[in-house]
Design a protein around this ligand. Structure first.
Ligand code: HEC
Length: 130
């Protein structure tokens, strides 16, 4: 239910020309590519990468049970908040954004990145929730 609401309300702008209505369900499918390294349900164990529950609200590099690479941890200090724009750049080319990070990922399609970001938003605390 929450997911369908979000589909309608999460509009994502990237670059300057497009306004794309991101699709949480498509993002969930796209997240299959991340699952080899990331769990996302609340309380699930870290894998090669950190659990991503509530990632869009919880700040960059703040999973306390996960040992981030030094480069990523240093970068997180400079960039404490996962904004949509920052997440978009990370998913476009993680190694280009954060030199020396352990995560290698590139998604060229802007719409696929927008769907993923909408999905990440849906997998976290929603406004108004405790
Ligand atoms: C091959 C393994 C792998 C894949 C596939 C992968 N990641 Fe990662 N991810 C990592 C690792 C490892 C880190 C930690 C980076 C570091 O410490 O340098 C990370 C970190 C992250 C972070 C930062 C988390 C934080 O706590 O701030 C996000 C967000 C993220 N990944 C999202 C994704 C998404 C979304 C996908 C799929 C589109 C994905 N990752 C695919 C391995 C992966």
């Amino acid at each position: 239910m929450i997911k369908t609401l979000l589909t309608a309300t999460v509009l994502f702008t990237a670059g300057c020309s497009s306004l794309y209505a991101a699709d949480v369900a498509k993002g969930e499918k796209g997240f299959k590519k991340c699952k080899s390294c990331h769990s996302i349900a609340e309380g699930d164990k870290n894998k090669t990468g950190p659990n991503l529950w509530n990632i869009m609200n919880r700040g960059v590099g703040t999973n306390e049970d996960y040992k981030y690479s030094k480069k990523f941890a240093a970068w997180a200090e400079e960039n404490p908040e996962w904004t949509d724009e920052l997440m978009d750049a990370w998913l476009t080319n993680s190694k280009k954004l954060v030199k020396g990070t352990k995560m290698m990922y590139k998604e060229k399609k802007e719409t696929k990145r927008a769907d993923l970001i909408a999905y990440l938003h849906s997998m976290g605390e929603q406004p108004g929730e405790e």
